[in-house]
Every structure is written in C-alpha cells, then in structure tokens.
Design a protein around this ligand. Structure first.
Ligand code: BGP
Length: 470
C-alpha cells in the first residue's frame, strides 16, 4: 500500500557541527571538551570528519539533486565565541552566513541548532561544570540572543540537541568528556538547568520579535515492560521513562514537573546520593516559555524493554559494533533487555519502528500543549559495503520505510508531524563510535572526501519528489 505525505512536508537530512565540519582547531575556533577527550582516547579524531567546513557546497548540491529540501545544521558556539563569552570570532560568523546563503541558493531550508553537544570548554575551567554551573545558563542565553539577531536569514531554530542524551553520556553511562557513571542526581540537575536555559532563550526569541519558529530537539525513546503482564516491569519502564522522556517533556509542555515525575526524579537522585536544586525562579522560567515553544524535534532510533531487578549498577556501552556486548543495569530502575524476536543493530540498538507511533501518539495525548513535531533524526547505523562505488544499503531503506510508515499512521491519528530528517545526510563522525558506524544517504570516503549516493539516497529522492511512501 502506498501512503501520501501532506503537502509541505519537509524531507530533510541531518548533520551536527562537530560531526561534519572538521577544522576543529583552526579558523579561530575555541575548544570543546571533546577535543582533549578524543585525543586522550586515541581511538578516532573529529578531524577532518566529513570536511563540511570546506565542502558544504558539494553536500548542498547533493541535497538539491536528491530532493532533500531541509538540512539540520548546528552552529558551533566556539566558532562564534571561542571562549563561550566575550570576544567574537568574525570568521566563524562569516562561515555560517556563507553556509546559509548556499542553502538559499540550493533551495534547502536550514533548521539550526544552537548547541549540539559542543558546549565550550571554557565553562569547564576554573571549577566550572558546564551547565551544572548556573552562570552557563546566562552565557547560553546571551549566545542565543546574539545568533537570533545576527543570523536573521534563519527561520527555524532549536535551542539544544538531546538534553537526555547529554545527561546520559555525562552522568549515567559516563562515556562523555567530564563524565561520571551512575550519577542520576547530576543527570536530572543537568537536564533541569539546560531546560531553564532553553526556556529563557525561547522567551528571548519571542521578546526580541524575531521572525520564525523556535523549539528544542530531544532524543525520546519508548520504554516498555519486558513482560507486559508484570507490574514490577511496568514500574521499571516508568522510571526509565521519567529519566529519558517525562522530565524534559514536562518541563517543555507543562512548564513544571508533574508531582509524580518530580517524586521519581527526587527518589532516583537520592539513590545516587544527591539532592536536586529546583528553584521557584526556574519553574517561573519554564512556565514563561510555555506559550512560545513552537515545535519539538524528536530524534528517534530505538526503544528499551525493562525488567525489574535488584542489584548494583552495571552499564557497558557498545561503541565498537560488536553485537551483544552492551549491558545496562541501573539501580532503582532495572535492567534493559531485548524482547524475543525483536531485531537489534550491531551496536545493540533495538529496532522497533512501531514504538515511534506510540511515542508520537503519547505526546499528542499527554502533552496537548505541543504545537508541531519534526522528526529531526532517524536512521540506521550500519557497516556499509562499498563495491565499485555502489552501496546497497537495503537494511537501511527498510528501516527508514518502516519508521516513515508509522509516522504516517501517527499523522492519520491526528499528530502534527511537519517533517522528517534522516540521520544522517552524509556519513559522519560518531561521538562514541567513530567512523565505522555509518548513517548517511551519501557515502563518504574519509580518505578522499569523495561522496557517493547510496541506494537509500535514490530511494529517498523518490519519496521526497513524490511525497509517496511505496
Ligand atoms: C543522536 C545525536 C547525533 C548522532 C546520532 C547517532 O543522539 O544527536 O549527534 O550521533 O544520535 O548516534 P551515534 O553516533 O551514537 O550512533
């Protein structure tokens, strides 16, 4: 059966500054925590990544040829303000103006994120702890306000990319720079502080009278009890849901935390040995932004099945693609399991497209204040085979088709989904997995930086040009 997407639906490709640009230590750019962290690890370098800093015209020309009419990019805060605040790097400002002008020339609409995992290193110096330190919130609002005023050619803004993933990498899995493991207290606090920063930037956008829309991108992940008949498993899923979804959704679309959300977060923070610092003025800031958050970006790849269990924390991230090597056991929550018959990727990400339908319907039902959703990332990490310039990535096409089918069903169910961005536009650098986990519609030979359209690119072109999902 074929399905027709609505007129005006955005068929996009997604990127992020640090994952595509390269030139991380040149052109006046300031440092981010990943620079030293990756160098010390010695596994892979973010340079030159996909060399987007120099090759964005090539990628935008590909967008035009393949019907990709929207592109998610992020501004690297440290290209604009190398030390986070203070002195401006004009070269960085000029770069983004040139990038947006090229978008315009190619008929590709930019959707711009202000901070995609690359908060400046400066906020971790002199005892700073990034967004755990509240002055970073003020700095973000200043940076955001600068961008709104400077880049008036941009009409679609997102404040942050994936606050729950930031908290997870930084304070639960601990595989990010300055990371610690199992610190749910810090994870909730970080998410809270970042949500306040988001809210204040949204209000600044509104008060400044800038043209366009603004929202936030989150990694939302459906959580299910492993045994649908077990109340204990359901409770484990509820806890995991609070961490990943409810905390940030409540902050965005209620303007406060519902009592049971707050109770769960406080309990989990206590288990980790800490307290949460949620102030009245923070809640006022969240509430003030409520009417002005125009859109939600949903990044979606996988789901989680939870089993209730007692025991000690034990999380291992599979960052190599050795299937079956990951473990996830979180005290106070439970254990992550794979339900029989449900497929996984080589990185143990559970493929469950129907979960996206559940998630979208749930946002509509539980958060009626939401206005519009973009699926801002969806895609399949895969070890592509390159044969004489041809890449037959049939499993990826299948993955995209299934997810788009469930998105279409959600639209039929009344959810306002306005666009879909494949992660990723071109192959790029993955933060904790390096370069063998490819996602792109366009294959990148990282030696020569040559691009090759994959089978999925041709498939996507047909979808984008006809609006028809076959
Ligand atoms: C999201 C991020 C992206 C990207 C993607 C794929 O969480 O927003 O930056 O990396 O996931 O994840 P990974 O690279 O870990 O496979």
């Amino acid at each position: 059966m074929s399905r027709q997407f609505p007129e005006g639906f955005v068929y996009g490709g997604a990127t992020a500054a640090y994952q595509v640009e390269g030139e991380t230590r040149t052109h006046g750019k300031g440092k981010v925590p990943w620079d030293d962290f990756l160098a010390a690890q010695g596994r892979f370098s973010p340079d030159p990544a996909s060399d987007f800093y120099n090759r964005y015209p090539v990628d935008l020309e590909l967008c035009q040829r393949f019907g990709v009419n929207g592109i998610r990019v992020s501004i690297a805060w440290t290209r604009i303000f190398p030390a986070g605040t203070g002195a401006l790097n004009q070269e960085g400002v000029d770069f983004y103006h040139a990038l947006f002008a090229e978008c315009e020339r190619r008929g590709v609409v930019p959707y711009v994120t202000l901070d995609h995992f690359d908060t400046p290193e400066a906020f971790y110096e002199n005892g700073g702890e990034g967004f755990l330190t509240r002055s970073t919130i003020d700095a973000f609002v200043d940076y955001a306000t600068f961008c709104f005023g400077e880049f008036t050619e941009v009409k679609h803004w997102f404040t942050f990319n994936e606050i729950p993933a930031t908290a997870e990498g930084s304070f639960i899995v601990g595989n990010w720079p300055h990371g610690e493991k199992y610190r749910l207290d810090k994870a909730f606090q970080l998410m809270h502080n970042m949500m306040v920063a988001h809210a204040r930037a949204v209000v600044a956008f509104h008060d400044g009278g800038y043209e366009g829309e603004i929202g936030i991108v989150q990694n939302l992940e459906p959580k299910y009890p492993l045994d649908p008949n077990s109340a204990a498993d359901a409770e484990a899923a509820r806890m995991a849901d609070v961490i990943n979804n409810r905390w940030v959704l409540d902050a965005t679309f209620r303007g406060h935390y519902a009592p049971d959300t707050l109770e769960a977060a406080t309990r989990l923070a206590h288990i980790a040995g800490g307290e949460l610092d949620i102030r009245d003025e923070d809640i006022e800031a969240l509430a003030a932004a409520l009417p002005y958050c125009d859109c939600l970006g949903v990044n979606t790849y996988k789901c989680q099945f939870l089993r209730a269990a007692e025991g000690e924390n034990d999380i291992h991230h599979n960052g190599t693609g050795d299937k079956g090597s990951s473990r996830w056991f979180l005290k106070g929550v439970g254990e992550s399991c794979v339900r029989e018959g449900v497929p996984t990727t080589d990185w143990d990400w559970i493929i469950y497209p129907e979960g996206l339908y559940d998630l979208l319907m749930r946002i509509k039902n539980d958060y009626p204040n939401y206005k519009k959703i973009y699926v801002t990332e969806n895609g399949m990490g895969y070890k592509d085979d390159f044969e004489d310039g041809f890449i037959d990535d049939a499993p990826r096409i299948d993955y995209l088709r299934q997810h788009l089918t469930w998105i279409h069903r959600a639209i039929e169910g009344g959810v306002n989904v306005a666009g879909y961005f494949v992660w990723s536009l071109q192959d790029q650098f993955s933060w904790t997995n390096g370069y063998n986990k490819r996602y792109g519609l366009f294959y990148v030979d990282f030696e020569t930086q040559k691009r090759y359209p994959k089978a999925s690119a041709y498939w996507f072109k047909n979808l984008a040009e006809t609006g028809k999902l076959e």
